[in-house]
Design a protein around this ligand. Structure first.
Ligand code: COA
Length: 280
């Protein structure tokens, strides 16, 4: 099934349970304008509650993933009007951080080209990231006189570590997809003409896994980061119990039965065959 919505700055297509959301202002290198941010908030706000969608891919039209926040419409047009700035900033924050990071579906950033500045927030808010070798990344803020905004600094520190984060924050130097892999910013990079196929294959693999397990695993990862060890231990135990009521296909029981009794699969090497039996 394919679905296209009437957005001006983004495009949404759903095929076989995978939603591809495309930042779609190629003439502006997909810079994130207030309107684009509104549309993203609306689109992701719908997709997050759609049970038929298991994976969300975020990418950009043309030769850019995104050139970051729109220097004209986001920064210059709100200069001297703090309330107007707060309004556009909060909508950007809402989709790039609150909604995208908490999507129940697995999210993949498909970095097809330029990715600068504020573009690092949606990039790091996605669970996984695959880029083209030829993509160009840059914490370019220093180049035009600002510091990385929002949670870019905190997020790159987590993804790229101490030395790499400070190096790129302070130099503003651009780097390619292969370097992005070395720093930990993305999972993998492939030649641009193989990017669609690689992301399709990853999405298909994830679509085949138990969605309740994936959702609970990513929530546990994200929330435990802000806890101390004792809290994280207890929270994880509670999430494991929550999963048992969430998982209507009883994956845990199916997995044990197929391994221990039926001897039809090896959990170390792949996933159990998903059936439709009621909750364990
Ligand atoms: N905000 C607003 N407009 C932007 C933009 C941004 N972040 N990035 C690109 N554009 C606009 C340009 O102003 C230009 O508009 P115009 O055609 O009306 O003049 C158009 O997009 C094409 O940009 P151009 O610079 O001509 O494209 P390019 O392919 O030669 O270069 C980039 C691409 C991404 C290297 C370059 O546009 C750039 O450096 N953009 C800013 C990146 C950045 O530092 N973003 C951080 C923001 S926090």
């Amino acid at each position: 099934m394919t679905m296209t919505d009437n957005y001006e700055c983004i495009a949404v297509a759903v095929v076989d349970g995978v939603a591809t959301v495309t930042l779609n202002r190629p003439q502006k290198r997909n810079a994130m304008s207030p309107q684009l941010n509104h549309e993203m908030r609306d689109a992701l706000g719908e997709i997050r509650y759609d049970n038929d969608i298991g994976v969300v891919v975020l990418t950009g039209a043309g030769d850019a993933f995104t050139a970051g926040m729109d220097l004209k419409e986001y920064f210059r047009d709100t200069e001297g009007d703090p309330v107007a700035f707060e309004r556009v900033r909060d909508i950007a924050w809402e989709w790039q951080y609150n909604i995208l990071r908490k999507m129940p579906q697995v999210t993949i950033a498909k970095v097809n080209g330029w990715c600068f500045g504020g573009g690092f927030t949606p990039l790091t808010s996605c669970d996984l990231a695959i880029s083209a070798d030829e993509a160009t990344f840059g914490l370019s803020e220093v180049n035009w006189g600002i510091i990385p905004a929002g949670l870019v600094t905190r997020d790159v520190a987590l993804a790229m570590g101490y030395r790499n984060s400070l190096y790129y924050i302070l130099t503003g130097e651009p780097f390619d997809g292969k370097r992005a892999v070395e720093t930990g910013l993305v999972n993998e990079s492939v030649p641009h003409d193989e990017l669609d196929a690689r992301v399709d294959a990853l999405a298909a693999h994830l679509k085949g896994l138990n969605p309740a397990v994936l959702r609970t695993a990513k929530e546990t990862y994200r929330h435990s980061l802000d806890m101390d060890y004792a809290q994280a231990w207890d929270y994880t135990a509670a999430k494991a119990l929550q999963l048992r009521s969430r998982d209507k296909e009883g994956g845990r029981r199916q997995g044990m039965t197929q391994f221990l009794d039926e001897k039809t699969f090896k959990p170390g090497l792949g996933a159990y065959a998903r059936g439709t039996e009621a909750d364990a």
